[in-house]
Design a protein around this ligand. Sequence first.
Ligand code: CP
Length: 311
Amino acid sequence: MSLKGKDILGMRDLTEEEIVDILDSADSFKEISEREIKKVPALRGRTIINLFLEPSTRTRTSFEIAGKRLSADVINISGSGSSLAKGETLMDTARNLEAMRPDILVLRHSGPGAPHMIAKLLKSSVINAGDGAHEHPSQALLDLLTIRQNKKELKGLKVAIVGDISHSRVARSNILAMNTLGMKVTVVGPPTMIPVEIEKLGVSVEYNLERAIRDVDVILMLRIQLERQESLLFSSLREYSNLYGLTSEKLKKAPSDVLIIHPGPVNRGVEISPDVMDGPHSLILDQVTNGVAVRMALMYLLLGANLETNN
Ligand code: CP
């Protein structure tokens, strides 16, 4: 099992077979994190650099843990702790990091397309850990793994993605992946948060949350990304929360076995009420656990692909 490409930049680049291979590998890597000694020698002697130029808790930590559980050497660099803060360009930073011969560079950046530019420049594999409002492929993969563990078959599942669709790299990556896997996606939110012509991505649009969740298998709630909005896209957080916040009252309209996922970080009490967030339908912490396994699978499969290329 290996991946055809050198990099993981977006979900459009992965075939259905590759996505299933990644999820299957992640399922088998999960067991390592349950052991007392959480380490296997699979990537011994390999070097992974995490270059995170935007804040992150889950993604950065899980890439680091994933690399270490596979015995790779993992180096973490943040924007303020690097020479980017002294004016070095991203391209020059990437060239200098490559001169130290890493095997994988994991990049989070606020600029859409930044990992794609770096990937063209480097021989090392590049993993996109979130590029602005563009894509977050490893998040979509861990979302899919979490859904698959609870619903077994992904094909044909109905998913409502709720919230700030315009600014969401998680929504875009999930829409692309879910289309590839034959799932049915409805995006839900106020018109100001839904991109014009999003139907061209193969999704339906609904503006009423209670109507949208009536017969879905999964509700994917998104964070309101105030830091990416140039001006507020609704009159107040309270109004947004009243209309689109998922509460136990609204959840009564959904099927009794509906799954709720959220990529985090959560604005607790804004897009989701505390009782729903911590309630029986919520898989939010399972997603975080699965994030380590998915990132282990990505690193393992990518370096497998590179070994074959180099032979
Ligand atoms: N889901 C996600 O990307 O979370 P972090 O920003 O904490 O990495």
